[in-house]
Design a protein around this ligand. Structure first.
Ligand SMILES: Cc1ncc(COP(=O)(O)O)c(C=O)c1O
Length: 511
């Protein structure tokens, strides 16, 4: 296979020059391209072959002929000079991004993306989804189990919430306080009190355009280059992406499938270094559907206390908990530590499109004074979150919670979970831990049986053959090609159709 030959020749040339993958990533900009660690590792492992301009840049860097590298010639010797683009006088390399190519005497400039995005991964809306969009554009219907967006599956915003927003629209024409409307923050504060989160004040509550905006903001305010944050694997990939974008390093701790997908505390402990600033937990969890019991949370608190780490807890699914279990906020167990708790209306209230999220600072704020100043600077810089959306927080948080009807026997989320759990586990070669919360399940594939080496290819093959869209485990920073995530928001008839398609596909699939 061409990929295999390319990988073999790339490795040979790298070895000759004593270059490691990280050296290739670092030197790439000198040769006019930007490469992330994941790109290089995919080339070296034979998963993909890069684009033409990248092949030429690699050949320049390694001092070999591009046609040899790509497998079109057996002569390794290069004819072109091997000087980096940046240090060339006069001549520019033939192919590269961000280059200034000369056409008829005019210089045409190309614009590449920022190298800050090189190691950023967000495959929940990545290449497989792009392929699904192409298929849909050409008239093919795709069954989508890839994104946790409740509205398209018939989970509607309660009428009262829509009515209240309409009533308040004319009062929401101006900017609000940068952290949010007083009434909204008061309602969030009362919610935090119900969850026993200590030392919460109105000042320590920030609204955002979804939790997404606040994850980004909270990491940007915290991290210097090289600072480390412990992030779960698998994770909701925005966490890793925002740590990386802020210049930090996301160090992944394992969540253990054998133990209900709970964080592996020993693995967490092993990965703490002098540069570690914080632990991120996602509880209830996306993509596994796990809910962490107090014993597990206590061990995380103990570790954070021992190493003086901050705790960031993403609790956006906190009301979507089944089987009579109760969600406990980790912040309620750590009054002496500095904690930031995230939640919002997108999931627990099924109102994703209005973009309402918040974060709550709690515990020992004295130790985080300077960080809080940073948070305030960034919060002021984005002026405020969407004001009409803030105006419904009070209504949504108080009174009857329609979500409670979904999570008990007879309710949609509960019954759909029961169905998908049984259906997936009945497929030969597939096994899944039963989720206790949220609306995701993260099944395991028997990689030996299906010969799976590349889970993105698995997702693409499934999409092309059965028109079924799921997200591969690597999209959640899971480092084996043996898992995928299913969103079980669709009604049972649709889930039935999806599991039949998956069963049919896997009955003959071998990668
Ligand atoms: C764990 C987790 N956190 C945050 C978000 C983002 O939520 P929001 O819609 O509030 O931006 C999601 C969305 O899927 C999520 O799963």
């Amino acid at each position: 296979m061409a990929e295999g030959l390319f990988a073999q020749r790339l490795t040979q040339a790298m070895n000759q020059r004593h270059l490691k993958q990280i050296d290739i990533v670092r030197r790439a900009p000198e040769f006019g391209v930007h490469l992330g660690k994941s790109h290089v590792s995919q080339y070296v492992s034979g998963k993909t072959i890069p684009r033409d301009e990248t092949v030429h840049a690699l050949a320049d860097m390694l001092g070999v002929s591009a046609s040899w590298l790509i497998g079109n010639s057996d002569d390794m010797t290069r004819i072109e000079p091997s000087t980096p683009a940046s240090s060339q006088s006069g001549t520019q390399p033939e192919h590269h991004d961000n280059s200034a190519a000369s056409t008829k005497g005019t210089t045409m400039r190309h614009f590449g993306k920022s190298s800050k995005l090189d190691n950023v991964l967000y495959d929940v809306r990545g290449p497989v989804v792009d392929e699904a969009a192409r298929m849909e554009a050409s008239g093919t219907h795709v069954l989508k189990l890839n994104i946790g967006n409740p509205a398209p599956f018939g989970f509607r915003t309660p009428d009262e919430v829509v009515y209240d927003m309409a009533q308040q629209l004319t009062d929401c024409e101006g900017y609000s306080d940068s952290k949010g409307l007083f009434s909204a923050r008061k309602a969030i504060m009362q919610y935090a009190q119900i969850k026993n989160i200590p030392n919460v004040t109105i000042d320590g509550i920030y609204t955002g355009n979804g939790v997404s905006e606040l994850i980004n903001l909270s990491m940007s305010a915290l991290l210097d280059n090289g600072d480390e944050v412990l992030v779960p694997s698998p994770d909701y990939p925005l966490w890793t992406a925002c740590v990386t974008l802020a210049g930090g390093t996301a160090v992944h701790y394992i969540c253990d499938e054998q133990s209900e997908w709970y964080p592996d505390i020993e693995d967490m402990r092993k990965k703490i270094t002098d540069r570690t600033k914080a632990i991120v937990i996602i509880n209830p969890n996306n993509p596994t559907g796990a809910l962490y019991p107090p014993e597990v949370l206590q061990q995380i608190v103990d570790l954070a206390r021992e190493h003086q780490l901050m705790i960031f807890s993403d609790e956006i699914y906190d009301r979507l908990v089944m089987d009579g279990l109760k969600h406990v906020s980790i912040a309620s167990m750590a009054p002496d530590l500095f904690c930031v708790t995230f939640s919002g209306l997108s999931k627990s209230h099924m109102i994703a499109g209005y973009r309402v999220g918040w974060m709550v600072l709690s515990g020992n704020k004295e130790i985080a004074k300077d960080y809080i100043e940073g948070l305030n600077m960034l919060t002021n810089m984005r002026i405020c979150s969407n004001v009409p959306a803030q105006s419904i927080i009070q209504t949504a948080l108080g009174g009857h919670q329609s979500v409670n009807d979904y999570i008990v026997p007879g309710g949609r989320i509960y019954e759909q979970r029961e169905y998908i759990y049984e259906a997936l586990n009945s497929i030969p070669g597939v096994s899944a831990v039963k989720p206790k919360a949220a609306f995701y399940i993260f099944p395991k594939l028997d990689v030996k049986r299906f010969g799976i080496k590349d889970d993105e290819k698995f997702a693409l093959d499934l999409l092309r053959e059965q028109k079924l869209l799921i997200v591969q485990g690597s999209g959640f920073n899971w480092h084996q090609p043996d898992h995928f995530r299913v969103v079980y928001l669709p009604r049972i008839e649709v889930l039935k159709d999806a599991s039949t398609k998956l069963r049919d596909f896997l009955s003959t699939y071998y990668q």
